[in-house]
Ligand binder design. Structure first.
Ligand SMILES: Cc1cc2nc3c(=O)[nH]c(=O)nc-3n(C[C@H](O)[C@H](O)[C@H](O)COP(=O)(O)OP(=O)(O)OC[C@H]3O[C@@H](n4cnc5c(N)ncnc54)[C@H](O)[C@@H]3O)c2cc1C
Ligand code: FES
Length: 274
């Protein structure tokens, strides 16, 4: 990716891989980084994802789980938070365990626009596609602003890595690190007419971030984490209400897309898709 590259198209170059787990590292509260061994490489843009499932799972859970890529290449990585059976099993996986990975999938981040100041807003595990983006920006000599929020200081995996490539403002709900509060408590002060916002995190956080950008007429992309069964447009299981009526399918139109295209609930101050 280069900073001025054209809009990312949904990947139809995805492959079904069967690869061993190289490493698992535990970070903070219930977070794990999994690295896989892909000798011929998994090329990916920031914001793209993979469908992940260990071959040892049997029939339960039956479906693979969508995970944003932290990196592509010969040792692609994912960062996961344990929330249910699939992520619990991934968080206990041992090196050598065989996984099926399907990817790279979906549309990554568009741009960023060379004339705008990128402002990345991450909540918890939403850091993954944004750290990938920040590293790409750094490799082309750009240093984005970033706001990174978690419930506590143990809910900020990769904050040190983010600080290497971005000017970071931290918030925690309990005040154990950075400003006590939420990412939106800092956002208004950092937004300027030249900003371009990229956000990933809990839906309510992204809706609030999008709302702030609508109020200032600043472009904003979100990375959607809608539940997904296939990841490549077959099951129609990832619908998101669209401002233009009907639905967007998150795995094909997204996961990264213009916040103005989404009919947010609760409603925001958006003025419609452009
Ligand atoms: C494109 C995309 C990228 C993602 N990237 C990451 C990532 O980098 N790291 C990460 O930890 N997670 C990511 N997720 C979310 C992740 O896929 C889910 O947390 C995972 O599928 C849960 O599986 P499970 O079997 O552990 O939980 P389940 O047993 O399936 O569910 C446990 C609980 O989590 C809720 N849940 C399940 N999926 C989601 C979801 N997508 N959003 C909100 N709540 C959910 C369920 O409603 C339930 O309450 C991503 C999702 C998408 C669509
Ligand atoms: S997850 Fe199957 S169509 Fe989107």
């Amino acid at each position: 990716m280069t900073p001025s590259h054209p809009p990312s198209a949904p990947s139809n170059q995805y492959r079904h891989l069967r690869v061993p787990l190289l490493r698992r590292e535990s970070v903070g509260n219930a977070y794990h980084v999994l690295s896989f061994e892909v000798p011929d490489g998994l090329p990916a843009d920031p914001g793209q994802f993979v469908m992940v499932r260990a071959t040892t799972w049997g029939n339960s859970p039956l479906l693979p789980r969508p995970m944003s890529l932290l990196t592509g290449g010969t040792t692609p990585e994912i960062l996961l938070k344990v929330v249910g059976e699939g992520t619990l099993r991934m968080g206990r996986a041992e090196p050598g365990e065989l996984f099926s990975l399907t990817g790279p999938l979906g549309r990554g981040w568009r741009g960023p626009h060379p004339a705008r100041q990128p402002l990345l807003v991450a909540g918890g595990v939403g850091i993954a596609p944004l750290l990938f983006l920040a590293r790409e920006l750094a490799s082309s000599g750009r240093r984005p602003l970033a706001i990174y929020g978690g419930r506590t200081s143990r809910d900020l995996p990769f904050s040190d890595d983010l600080e290497e490539v971005a000017e970071v403002h931290i918030t925690t709900e309990d005040g154990s690190r950075g400003l006590r509060g939420r990412v939106t408590d800092v956002l208004d002060d950092l937004l300027t007419p030249e900003s371009e916002v990229f956000t990933c995190g809990p839906d309510r956080m992204m809706a609030a971030v999008a709302d702030a950008t609508f109020a200032r007429d600043v472009p904003c992309q979100v990375s959607l984490e809608a539940p997904m069964a296939c990841g490549f447009g077959v099951c129609l299981g990832c619908p998101v209400p669209a401002v233009s009526g009907g639905y967007l399918y998150a795995c094909q139109e997204g996961p990264c897309l213009d916040a103005r295209r989404i009919a947010w609930y609760p409603p925001t101050s958006q003025r419609g898709a452009r």
